[in-house]
Each structure stands twice: as structure tokens, then as C-alpha cells.
Design a binder for this molecule. Structure first.
Ligand code: GDP
Length: 302
């Protein structure tokens, strides 16, 4: 992932570094190339535009061009703004967005997204992570009554991860399953409840109505949108649709192990206004990581 973008940016930077003095036009020319590289990586157009405007303003407006190492300074500005675009601050490796579980238990994590995005797998991965790394006692429940075998799929993942799942009651509707899951979690002292909601092939009104009803019934501490990094601009469009309808608190970007061009990762924060909280990095159930903007920026510019 990010390979082509990384190559393109580094060749622009090599040229900047190789020069002693830099004029305003040099910066503008370099930024034109950076813009093309971002768009080719599938970054949403308004996001790329804003990025270039910010970097250019900082680079030509201050003392940068008069400094001893103007190329280096411009590169530093690109790095800073890249981290900001990914949703972080330049604070080294510790800039992942926190998961909010600090509510009266059970803390509900509602997982939303389209079918095939990796929602069910990510639900199990996050539950396992919270259990193994944070000592939590999670319960998972599938609210997907549309797709045959969706509830059984989560039960199987529960067995594989050692995470409890809500027993399946055939014929029960999503909101009622959510309420039953809340009851169960309270009675059995589970401190986190992960709700794996139904996906559809496309965003539609029925799906959004169901998400709102489930959110209304379960008062989630986190609503995480799962999107597939490989789908590029589509992922951005999906995120835009969900953002306007459901109170998202963060994004899970799956298939970061694939050869996505990176546009979804780079646009997501600006489009949703919410941080990417987790990155899926493979099919195995421990293939998930907290998303660190500065580390990802390092990978792109490294
Ligand atoms: P859902 O329909 O959104 O619930 O999707 P699933 O969770 O069933 O996932 C669909 C497929 O994507 C499964 O084969 C998963 O193993 C796979 N998958 C999910 N996340 C990742 C990931 O981060 N990387 C890779 N390589 N595969 C993933």
C-alpha cells in the first residue's frame, strides 16, 4: 500500500533537496506534482486541493524560502500536513485516537458498514484485542437478520477468538436483539458489547433507518464505520453517506495489507471528520492495529 504515492512524492522531494535556493515558483511546481500524485492515489479532490493550499501557504508565506535548507523545510511541512490529513498531530508514534469505553458498562461499540467491507471479521478482531490486550470482558451480538448465516458466522468467530456471543434467537429483529444483548451484558457483567449490524450491498434508506433505530436503542459509546481500503473513492462515498445519517465516532479501515493506492486512508478524516481508529491488516483474527497517523505518514514518506 502507498507504494506508488511514496515513489512519486520521494522523487519530488529528491529534486527539492538537490537544490540550494528555492523560489516561490519552484514550490508551486513541486506542489503541482504532489497534487497529481495524491489524485492518482485516489485522494478525494477537495481533500487534495486543501492539502496543497495549506502546504503552499506555509511554504511560501514564511521564512522558509530564505532559510539555509529550504527544500528540507518544505518536506517537513508536507510531512506535518500529511499527518494532519491522516488525523493526527506530530507527536511521534503515540498519536492513535483513543477508544471510548469510559461509560457505565456495558460500553456499546456499534459496528456499521456495507456487506463485504470486513465488518464481522473486524468485530471479532476488536473484541479479541480488547480481551487480550486490555483485559476487557466483551460480548458480541450479530444483528444481521438479512444475510443467511451471518449470525452463525459471528458465533464461529466467537469460538475462534474465545469471545462470548449472544445466543441466536431465530426471527428476532435487530432492535430487539440489541436490547436483549444489553440485558445479557448487564446481567452477566460483560463490560463491552459489540453489535455487528447488518450490511447491504449499497447504502439505502432502510439500512440507515435500521442503524438509527439500533443506535437509539443501545446508546453506543462508539459507532465505528468499517470500510474497505481497496475500494478507494467508493469507500469515501460510503463514508460520506453514513456520516450524514449515523453519529459515527470513528472508522475501521480494512485490507490495509492489500495494494490499495491509499486514497481512502488519506481522505477519510477530512470527509467524515472522524479519526481512523483501527486498520485491518489481514484475514487472521489478530491482524488488526491501532491507526497511528504519524507512523502511516512515515511509511508514505519513508
Ligand atoms: P462483512 O460482510 O462486512 O461482515 O465482511 P466479512 O467480515 O465477512 O469479511 C469479508 C472477507 O474479507 C473475509 O474473507 C475476511 O477474512 C476478509 N477480510 C476482512 N478484513 C480483512 C483485512 O483487513 N485484510 C484482508 N486481507 N482480508 C480481510
Amino acid at each position: 500500500m502507498f507504494d506508488t504515492l511514496s515513489d512519486r512524492l520521494n522523487s519530488v522531494f529528491d529534486r527539492l533537496r538537490g537544490r540550494g535556493a528555492l523560489g516561490e515558483q519552484d514550490v508551486r511546481d513541486a506542489m503541482r506534482e504532489v497534487r497529481v500524485a495524491l489524485l492518482e492515489a485516489d485522494v478525494a479532490l477537495p481533500v487534495a486541493r486543501e492539502f496543497i493550499a495549506k502546504v503552499t501557504e506555509r511554504a511560501v508565506g514564511q521564512e522558509v524560502l530564505k532559510s539555509v535548507t529550504p527544500g528540507q523545510q518544505v518536506i517537513k511541512i508536507v510531512n506535518d500536513e500529511l499527518i494532519a490529513m491522516l488525523g493526527g498531530k506530530d507527536e511521534g508514534a503515540g498519536d492513535a485516537s483513543p477508544i471510548n469505553l469510559d461509560v457505565r458498562p456495558p460500553a456499546v461499540i456499534m459496528m456499521v458498514g456495507l456487506q463485504g467491507s470486513g465488518k464481522t471479521t473486524s468485530t471479532a478482531k476488536i473484541a479479541k484485542l480488547l480481551k487480550d490486550k486490555q483485559g476487557k470482558k466483551p460480548l458480541m451480538a450479530s444483528l444481521d437478520v438479512n444475510r443467511p448465516a451471518a449470525q452463525e458466522q459471528l458465533a464461529v468467530l466467537g469460538e475462534q477468538t474465545g469471545v462470548a456471543t449472544l445466543p441466536i434467537v431465530q426471527g428476532q429483529q435487530p432492535v430487539d436483539i440489541a436490547k436483549r444483548a444489553m440485558q445479557s451484558a448487564k446481567l452477566q457483567n460483560f463490560d463491552v458489547l459489540l453489535l455487528d449490524t447488518a450490511g447491504r450491498l449499497h447504502v439505502d434508506e432502510a439500512l440507515m433507518a435500521e442503524m438509527k433505530a439500533v443506535a437509539g436503542a443501545s446508546d453506543p459509546a462508539e459507532v465505528l464505520l468499517v470500510v474497505d481500503a481497496l475500494t478507494g473513492q467508493d469507500a469515501v462515498n460510503v463514508a460520506q453517506s453514513f456520516t450524514s445519517e449515523v453519529p459515527l465516532t470513528g472508522v475501521v479501515l480494512t485490507r490495509m495489507d492489500g495494494d490499495a493506492r491509499g486514497g481512502a486512508a488519506l481522505s477519510m478524516r477530512a470527509v467524515t471528520g472522524k479519526p481512523i481508529k483501527f486498520a485491518g491488516t489481514g484475514e487472521k483474527l489478530d491482524a488488526i492495529e491501532r491507526f497511528h497517523p504519524s507512523r502511516v505518514a512515515d511509511r508514505i514518506l519513508g
